[in-house]
Design a protein around this ligand. Structure first.
Ligand SMILES: C[S@@+](CC[C@H](N)C(=O)[O-])C[C@H]1O[C@@H](n2cnc3c(N)ncnc32)[C@H](O)[C@@H]1O
Length: 334
């Protein structure tokens, strides 16, 4: 009898060529392939023309999108998969194409990762992805985070009731997406976004665009070195957990505790590993990505995050799933 439990190379083969999936999807986003279909170029020939490609390349990228399940075919018409329809059609409020390209600058470095991992230089606290970047790079970076962060901000508000809260401090708040969504929903709430000097002017642009300039402040503050505003009764630190090591994150949480108002609530929404530190894959790979800039960053586990909050003095520390497999929300009370 055949041994049915014998391992195969299938999963390994899929994993080792996953870069092709990433490349194909990024190209489709850059070529506006999905947007052209939504705008009516929904057969192979008209879509190829709309993208400005020669027929052979058009056929190749369209077949790849069908093969990946991002498109479906019905007779000779091309149809968008549900998630593609919602997130990858330009012009829709839910468009997140910029977020799909967010990590593209790391592309070449992942191709030489073993070489990078063999380097022996000690890690540096300063994170080059955000320290001293140009305004153009800060805009590119935060068009990405804003495209996904508004939804995350609304998800936060669906999980956490901010009734009665007066001042929200968003530590490394980027585009200000969480504060913008929160201030839209709670007319008496004010907010301060703490950001790196290179990023804060871009934060200000998003705030201005939202029409909430009178209630949200973009404040220059490197959270590793600078002091925090006093008196926030709600604080968020979202999607920057793997960028720094244990000591740095612990210090930031401690500084938040010291400056927050009594009765305030702190939420760390992070790409955290589960308690066993053996997954999920996405946080694990965010941790590995930190090798590229040789930062102190690492994949922290939910237990470690809970430890940072408890050690700082927060009570009632608990973790709630935020985005399955991607983000966890750990909260505590002062
Ligand atoms: C992936 S973005 C997330 C932005 C935002 N929290 C969100 O969820 O939409 C990470 C943010 O952390 C900020 N950040 C990283 N290190 C920082 C530091 N030392 N001080 C202040 N902000 C920092 C970055 O500038 C960037 O805006």
């Amino acid at each position: 009898m055949a041994n049915t439990s014998r391992p195969t190379t299938r999963r390994l083969q899929q994993m080792v060529r996953a870069y092709r999936e990433a490349g194909a999807l990024m190209a489709a986003v850059e070529l506006d392939l999905f947007t052209h279909i939504a705008n009516g170029s929904d057969d192979e020939s008209s879509l190829t023309k709309a993208m400005g490609l020669q027929p052979l390349h058009g056929e190749r990228i369209i077949i790849a999108m069908l093969g990946l399940g991002l498109l479906e075919r019905s007779a000779d018409k091309l149809k968008l998969a549900e998630d593609v329809e919602r997130y990858l059609v330009k012009g829709k409020a839910s468009y997140a194409g910029e977020w799909m390209l967010f990590t593209k600058p790391d592309w070449e470095d992942w191709g030489r990762l073993s070489e990078i991992l063999k380097q022996k230089a000690p890690p540096v606290l300063e994170n080059k992805t955000v320290a001293g970047i140009t305004i153009q790079e800060a805009r590119r970076y935060h068009r990405g985070t804003y495209s996904i962060g508004r939804g995350a901000g609304r998800l936060f508000l669906n999980q956490v009731d901010l009734t009665g809260k007066k001042l929200l401090m968003d530590i490394g708040g980027g585009s200000g997406a969480y504060c913008i969504e929160a201030c839209k929903r709670y007319p008496d709430l004010k907010a301060i976004v703490l950001e790196m000097p290179a990023v804060a002017p871009v934060t200000q642009e998003f705030i201005d665009e939202s029409g909430l300039t009178d209630r949200i402040e973009a404040r220059v503050c490197d959270f590793n070195h600078d002091s925090f505003p006093e008196g926030a009764d709600i604080a968020i630190m979202a999607s920057n957990l793997p960028m720094y090591g244990r000591e740095a994150i612990g210090a930031v949480v401690h500084k938040a505790y010291k400056t927050m108002a009594s009765g305030g609530t702190f939420h760390l929404i992070g790409e955290a590993l589960d308690a066993s530190r053996s997954g999920p894959p996405d946080p694990a790979l965010w941790g590995l990505a930190q090798a590229i800039n040789n930062t102190t960053g690492i994949a922290h586990s939910v237990s470690e995050v809970e430890g940072y909050l408890s050690l700082a003095g927060f009570t009632d520390v608990e973790t709630t799933q935020f985005v399955e497999g991607i983000l966890q929300r750990t909260s505590g009370q002062k």
